[in-house]
Design a protein around this ligand. Structure first.
Ligand code: AMP
Length: 423
C-alpha cells in the first residue's frame, strides 16, 4: 500500500493550532451574544435517527434525497446530522421542554454533515450556530430571532450584510399559490431546467429557488406569493416588518425566498454578504409552526435560524477583522544539565497554578536550541536554570520583550511574571 493522499480529505477540514484560536473567538462571541439574549445552549448527539431527519427536513429536499451520510446498525438507521433544527425539536419533544413553561429560547453550535460537492464556503463537515424559539406564534419571536442573528454580525463588525425577508403563508394559502405557479409555468415547461421540471409536480415553489440560469427569466415573471397570502399571515408579516423597523434592522423583501416544505409557515429570511463571493449566504431561517407536531410533539409554533461558521470566518478574513491569533507562551524554562531539568519539571507546577502558561524542553536539547524554541513560541519570559543557579538557589529571569535579565530567587521571579501577566 502506498502513501495515502490526504490533500483533499473528502471535503472535511482540519482546524489547526493558529486557526483554532479564531474559532474560539467566534464561539465565545456567539455564546456571549446568545447569553445577552438569554438563549440557552442545547447539545444534541451528532448521530440522529434517519427517519426523524427525513421527516424534519423533507424527503423532497437535496439534503435528504442525496446528501445524507447515513448507515444502519442492526435495526437502527442513523444519519450524521445535516442540520440542527430537527434534532433540537426532537430533544424538545423527548424531554417535554414545553412543560418548563413560556417559550423556550435555545441555541446550538456544532458540526453538520452534508455530502455536497466541496468548494470554497462549502464543505462536507461544516459548523453551524443556530437558535430556535419554541412556543411563540407572535411576530415578536421572529424579530427576536432575527435580532440575535443580526447582532452577532454587528458585534463582529461585518457591515455589508443584507437581510432578505418574505412570508410563505400557511399551507392552505400555499396550495392556491402552487396552482397559480403551475398555471404560470405550464406553457413554458419545456424551457425549464431538468430539476425544475421535476419540481413542477412535486413542489413548484422550489422552482423559485432555482440557481439554473435557464430558469431565471421565467422566474422573474412568476406570480408572487404576497398576492396569495391569507389575512393572518399578511398581518403577521406586517407586524414583523414594524418590529424590525423599531429595532433599526434593515431588510429587503424578496418574494422569491421560499421554504418549500409544508411545515414552514409565514416568515422566511436569509442573510447574505457581498464579501462572500459565490456562496453568499451567511445564514437563514424562518418560522416552522407545524414541525413540532409533525415530529410527534404537541402543537407548538416556532421560529429559528442557522448560520454557517466557515462563512462567518471567510467574511471576517475578507474584512481583516481581528479574531485573535495563537496565544503566546508566558514562560519557557531553559535548562542546562539533568539537575536543572528536574528542577524545571517541579517548578512548572507553581507557575501553572498561578495561571501562567509554562513550558520546557522535552528532548534534552542544547541551550541554544531551547532559546530558539522560546523565541518560536514568542515566550514573554525565559527562566534560565543551570548548575550555578541551582547552587545559589536563584534563577536568571530574562524579560524577552525588554531584553533585560537579572538573577533572582524563584518566588520573586514568579511574583514579577504574574505582575506583568496581570498588568
Ligand atoms: P441551511 O441549514 O441550509 O439553511 O444553511 C444555513 C447556513 O449554513 C448557510 O447559509 C451556510 O452559511 C451554512 N452552510 C450550509 N451548508 C454548508 C456547507 N456545505 N458548507 C459550509 N457552510 C454551509
Amino acid at each position: 500500500m502506498g502513501n495515502p493522499n490526504y490533500t483533499t480529505h473528502l471535503g472535511m477540514v482540519d482546524i489547526l493550532p493558529g486557526d483554532v484560536e479564531r474559532w474560539h473567538f467566534i464561539e465565545n462571541l456567539i455564546r456571549d451574544t446568545a447569553r445577552t439574549f438569554h438563549f440557552k445552549e442545547i447539545r444534541t448527539p451528532i448521530l440522529e435517527d434517519t427517519g426523524l431527519i427525513a421527516r424534519g427536513i423533507g424527503g423532497d429536499t437535496d439534503i435528504v434525497s442525496k446528501e445524507m451520510f447515513a448507515f444502519e446498525r442492526g435495526d437502527d438507521r442513523y444519519v450524521l446530522r445535516p442540520e440542527g433544527t430537527a434534532p433540537a425539536v426532537r430533544a424538545y419533544i423527548q424531554h417535554t421542554l414545553h412543560q418548563r413553561g413560556g417559550s423556550q429560547k435555545l441555541f446550538y453550535i456544532g458540526p453538520m454533515f452534508r455530502a455536497e460537492r466541496p468548494q470554497k464556503g462549502r464543505q462536507r463537515q461544516f459548523h453551524q450556530f443556530g437558535a430556535e424559539i419554541l412556543g411563540s406564534a407572535d411576530a415578536l419571536a421572529d424579530a427576536e430571532t432575527i435580532a440575535l442573528m443580526h447582532t452577532l454580525y454587528r458585534r463582529l463588525g461585518v457591515a455589508h450584510i443584507t437581510l432578505k425577508l418574505n412570508s410563505v403563508g400557511e399551507p392552505e394559502s400555499r396550495k392556491t399559490y402552487r396552482e397559480a405557479l403551475r398555471d404560470y409555468f405550464r406553457p413554458h415547461f419545456h424551457l425549464l431546467s431538468e430539476i425544475s421540471q421535476k419540481r413542477f409536480d412535486t413542489n413548484p415553489m422550489r422552482i423559485l429557488d432555482s440557481k439554473e440560469p435557464e430558469d431565471r427569466p421565467l422566474i422573474e415573471g412568476a406570480p408572487l406569493i404576497r398576492e396569495y397570502l391569507d389575512a393572518d399571515s399578511a398581518a403577521h408579516y406586517r407586524q414583523l416588518q414594524k418590529h424590525l423597523d423599531r429595532l433599526g434592522i434593515p431588510y429587503e423583501e424578496d418574494p422569491y425566498l421560499v421554504r418549500g416544505l409544508d411545515y414552514y409557515t409565514r416568515t422566511a429570511f436569509e442573510l447574505t454578504s457581498s464579501d462572500l463571493g459565490a456562496q453568499d449566504a451567511l445564514g437563514g431561517g424562518g418560522r416552522y409552526d407545524l414541525l413540532v407536531e409533525e415530529l410527534g410533539g404537541p402543537a407548538t409554533p416556532a421560529v429559528g435560524f442557522a448560520v454557517g461558521l466557515e462563512r462567518l470566518l471567510i467574511v471576517a478574513d475578507a474584512l481583516n477583522l481581528p479574531l485573535g491569533g495563537e496565544k503566546r507562551l508566558d514562560v519557557y524554562i531553559v535548562t542546562r544539565g539533568d539537575e536543572a531539568r528536574k528542577w524545571a519539571l517541579k517548578h512548572l507546577r507553581p507557575l501553572r497554578d498561578t495561571g501562567l502558561s509554562a513550558s520546557m524542553d522535552l528532548q534534552a536539547r542544547s541551550m541554544k536550541a531551547q532559546m530558539k524554541e522560546a523565541d518560536r513560541e514568542a515566550a514573554r519570559f525565559v527562566l534560565l536554570v543551570g548548575d550555578d543557579e541551582l547552587a545559589s538557589g536563584s534563577v536568571t529571569l530574562r524579560d524577552m520583550d525588554a531584553s533585560t535579565e537579572e538573577t533572582v530567587h524563584f518566588p520573586e521571579a514568579l511574583r514579577r511574571m504574574v505582575g506583568v501577566a496581570e498588568g
